[in-house]
Design a protein around this ligand. Structure first.
Ligand code: FMN
Length: 209
């Protein structure tokens, strides 16, 4: 069985997606990785995809969907015959609540069905941007759960539902947590990123209004 991992992040090798992939594949041998960020190599990647039987596709939520280059990659995948091949998705998001990713999770199931593939499941995890600064220990047992799900893939099994639930956590914040969050400086990290990229002053722009 040939196993291909698709990193669906525009950040490529420096992405949080890559860190999740490393957790899920650390006990797997002979895994071939392709990066959707290598946009000029999508056609080349399709040959690798066609030659494999099992896939893991990991991508971040971008504006409540997948990044554009990931969608373009999936559309290329739809042009080749993937019948009976197995696929697992990981959708992770900056916001902590998994509910943000549920629509795209449904799309992943639809994509699998439309291509007559075998759907082994979809992992949804919120709060992934913390990976840019947090050590592995910050994620506690989640790293182990991802590793165990990686084993499910190796065996061609459906993903363990209990582990999916543990990784996702509560679907929405409680009212109490929302109250606490109001008093925390949660914008600090994002504002520092905006400043670093020279976009802070433009953060309230409305180019389409
Ligand atoms: C352009 C852009 C759009 C984003 N849109 C969302 C979003 O709609 N919802 C969300 O929860 N996170 C959103 N995020 C946060 C990413 O999902 C998050 O930072 C993720 O960890 C990035 O993973 P990566 O390093 O693998 O690319 C967005 C990030 C960027 C850069």
């Amino acid at each position: 069985m040939k196993y291909v991992v698709v990193n669906g992040s525009p950040r490529g090798k420096k992405s949080n997606s890559d860190r999740i992939i490393s957790w899920m594949t650390q006990n797997s041998q002979e895994v071939q990785k392709v990066y959707v960020a290598d946009i000029k190599k999508h056609d080349e990647a399709m040959k690798v995809i066609l030659d494999a039987d099992r896939y893991l596709m990991v991508f971040p939520l971008y504006t409540d969907a997948m990044p554009g280059m990931t969608k373009a990659f999936m559309e290329k995948m739809q042009q080749i015959n993937l019948e009976e091949k197995s696929i697992v998705f990981v959708v992770h998001s900056g916001f902590s609540e998994p509910i943000h990713s549920r629509t795209v999770e449904r799309y992943c199931a639809y994509f699998t069905k439309a291509n007559k593939m075998k759907y082994l499941g979809c992992v949804v995890m919120g709060g992934s941007e913390a990976m840019q600064v947090a050590p592995n220990g910050y994620f506690g047992k989640k790293k182990d759960y991802f590793e165990a799900l990686g084993q499910n893939i190796m065996k061609g099994e459906l993903l363990d539902q209990a582990l999916l639930q543990k990784i996702a956590g509560a679907e929405r914040f409680s009212k109490f947590k929302i109250l606490i969050l109001r008093f925390l400086p949660t914008d600090m990290y994002w504002n520092s990123r905006l400043k670093k990229n020279g976009a802070y002053e433009k953060r309230l722009d409305k180019p389409y209004s």
